[in-house]
Design a protein around this ligand. Structure first.
Ligand code: BDP
Length: 691
């Protein structure tokens, strides 16, 4: 992770050394257009660095080359592609797939379209030296599971008085915007596009879903600023999207209404969309947060969300654009005294009845859990409830609720659990969340909120880069093993390290990161109850911070017990939003998984978990354990100091953040334990000190 002199930032997972093997061979790059040019330039640069050679013409049928990038239609120039392609099976590769093979000492990357060559290039980079070693490698096709693999930036054009430059951003200012306009650092944007392409990401939205007035103008008079970014992302196969303000016709168009069924409003959007495509012919589409947390939407006009989304879909359809309509719609001014309302129900209650009403180019973008990116939530029941609607699953890479990039919290294990969740259990319809999001006919893909800013390490905490990397890779291949993805990230970032004991850096990173999400869970809100964070910024503990507020995020702790009763029998009825078997499993306090018990049930402190311990003792035990684990992470990292395995500045940055993590974990431990000791009056069975 050395400093790149061109961009002034650390090179993250693609330092020049990652191209060492590729750059020391003879490489043929065929194909035209911006993506093939990107592949050529990447290879050419590596060859300059490492003494290899790159060519464009196959003089002697791949003879003098060690590695060939070619399109499958390139038969006249390269007859060999026919056999290699055929060996990988008859199924089409699609726009982005590729074949990799090694035949008689020559490696082949073949694709039907140039994007496949680009993804094949990064495949070869990941293989490193092993791509060129050993005997033949049978041809295998590689295709992305999800068609859309997208990052949403919650970037503001100017610094928002409360939310800052990047809403919930913990890595400094925006890489796109500054002082109300473009930041103007296109080399940095290009470096970013390259990092994303290497993970497989192919779509980016460049402004906050809360669209303030300045960002509203990006759609029309500030479109040039967006087109400039699109030009930089294009050579890396990434399509640009904009978050739009549903009230744009009023804010920008001098209309008096934004009613989606109004003819003038529809004409306004059609014209706006045409303008966008004139400037950006491959524009991806709009992201919309409507009728949520103060954003305008169709409810103001007595219209449904299908009405609103379909109006925008109609405007984009002639150009092949899509609407990413967010399902994060709830009333943020609830009456906390009314126990029957339940924010967890909101997305399903709003959207499930509209299944089948959305246009074909509308993707409903659903947060992975029913609440709001908590450390532990059940999977949203909306994902299983709308078979006639295209669904995208939304994750939060930015660590709003998981330590704000001051704490190490490797999130791939959480996401992999979400993606592998089977809404209908193992029997019957055995499809999991990943399959639903990937369904070629109906799936809307995987989306996440980005964790990047203008920080020299991109993500504030250098180790938070692994979350961004793993997100892209999971969108490409959702069944990837999180620990293996961490190894990929380690190899690409720090150079290929031997496995096992001779590689203290690798083993240290695994020791610090593999279980870090569960460690974070242990010292924060227990058993799926969520929140307990300081209101507003959401960092650090405040057990009752949101308890008597209108935000709908409660734990209901009293002297007898804790948890939210979401059962059909006695609670909010939320469990009824799940199909079988989960609706029964979650309904039952006996069958409900421990880690979600307090999400679904209000139980006495003496309730015995499957683990055999009581709820109150579990709270004490996990909070003591979590804080100790944070200390162990810090000690482990400290052992690397001065060893030369990582750059000294990086070591210091991580060490400082681990100090803060240890401090904050102890604060969580003490506040949570003290709170529940006082509420329940039950002492810790092991007599440990609780303030
Ligand atoms: C919440 C964030 C808020 C976002 C909102 C959203 O606290 O800043 O605007 O999600 O997803 O988690 O729209």
């Amino acid at each position: 992770m050395g400093m790149d002199t061109a961009t002034g930032v650390h090179a993250a997972w693609l330092p020049p050394e990652a191209f060492r093997a590729l750059g020391s061979h003879r490489v043929l790059v065929r194909g035209d257009g911006p993506l093939a040019v990107t592949v050529y330039e990447e290879v050419a640069r590596a060859c300059v660095d490492y003494g290899g050679r790159v060519g464009r013409s196959p003089d002697a049928e791949a003879g003098p080359y060690d590695l060939v990038f070619a399109l499958t239609g390139d038969v006249p120039a390269l007859p060999a592609v026919v056999d290699v392609r055929a060996a990988a099976g008859a199924e089409p590769l699609g726009e982005e797939g590729f074949v990799f093979a090694r035949v008689g000492g020559v490696c082949f990357v073949l694709a039907d379209a140039a994007a496949g060559l680009l993804y094949g290039l990064f495949h070869v980079v990941r293989l490193g030296g092993s791509a060129f070693e050993g005997g033949d490698v049978p041809a295998a096709a590689h295709r992305p599971a999800m068609r859309t693999r997208m990052l949403d930036h919650w970037d503001n054009l100017e610094v928002h008085p409360v939310m800052g430059h990047v809403e919930r951003g913990y890595a400094g200012g925006s890489v796109f915007w500054r002082d109300g306009g473009p930041r103007g650092d296109l080399p940095r944007v290009r470096a970013y596009a390259r990092l994303l392409a290497a993970t497989g990401i192919n779509a980016v939205s460049v402004n906050n879903v809360n669209v303030h007035t300045a960002e509203t103008h990006l759609l029309t008079d500030r479109l040039g600023d967006v087109a400039e970014l699109a030009d930089v992302f294009r050579p890396y196969g990434i399509r640009l999207h904009l978050s739009v303000n549903f009230a744009s016709p009023v804010v920008l168009g001098a209309l008096t209404t934004a009613d989606p069924l109004d003819g003038e409003v529809r004409a306004w959007w059609a014209k706006a969309a045409a303008g966008v495509y004139q400037a950006i012919p491959d524009f991806g589409g709009f992201v919309v947060k409507a009728d949520s947390e103060g954003q305008p939407g169709p409810f103001s006009y007595g219209r449904s969300h299908a009405d609103g989304a379909n109006m925008l879909a109609e405007a984009l359809a002639p150009f092949g654009g899509e609407v990413h309509w967010r399902a994060f719609v709830y009333n943020h001014q609830q009456d906390w005294r009314d126990r029957s309302t339940d924010r967890a129900r909101a997305a399903y209650d709003h959207f499930a009845p509209q299944d089948g009403e959305f246009a074909a180019n509308v993707v409903l973008q659903v947060k992975h859990g029913p609440m709001d990116f908590q450390t532990r939530e059940p999977v949203s029941p909306v994902i299983a409830a709308m078979p006639r609607t295209r669904l995208a699953v939304e994750l939060q890479v930015t660590q709003e609720y998981t330590g704000q990039q001051r704490h190490v919290c490797y999130l791939a294990p959480m996401w992999s659990g979400v993606l592998g969740f089977r809404p209908w259990g193992d029997g019957g319809e055995a499809r999991d969340v990943a399959a639903l999001a990937a369904d070629p006919a109906a799936g809307g893909g995987l989306v996440a909120v980005s964790n990047v800013g203008d920080d020299p390490y991109w993500t504030g905490h250098p180790l938070a880069q692994a979350n961004l990397y793993a997100f892209g890779r999971l969108a490409w291949a959702p069944d990837s093993d999180p620990a293996a993805l961490l190894d990929e990230w380690i190899d690409l970032t720090f150079g290929a390290l031997p496995s096992g004991d001779p590689a203290p850096l690798r083993s240290t990173l695994h020791a610090v990161m593999d279980g870090s999400w569960q460690t974070y869970e242990r010292y924060t809100a227990p058993l799926g109850v969520g929140f307990m964070v300081r209101p507003g910024h959401h960092y650090g503990p405040d057990v009752d911070g949101y308890e008597y507020t209108p935000w709908g995020t409660y734990h209901y702790a009293d002297r007898d017990g804790i948890g939210v009763d979401r059962t059909r029998a006695t609670g909010t009825g939320y469990t009824g939003q799940y199909p079988q078997p989960w609706s029964e499993v979650y309904e039952s306090a006996e069958r409900c998984p421990d880690e979600l018990l307090l999400f679904f049930h209000h139980v006495p402190y003496g309730h015995v978990l499957h683990s055999g311990t009581t709820v109150i003792q579990h709270i004490y035990d996990t909070h003591f354990a979590g804080a100790l684990e944070a200390e162990a992470m810090r000690s482990r990292w400290a052992e690397l100091a001065g060893g030369g395995l990582v750059d000294a500045a990086l070591h210091t940055r991580v060490a400082e953040r681990l100090d803060e993590q240890v401090r904050c974990a102890q604060e969580w431990r003490d506040q949570v334990n003290a709170y529940f000791l006082r509420k329940s009056g039950v002492p810790d069975a092991h007599g440990r000190h609780i303030p």
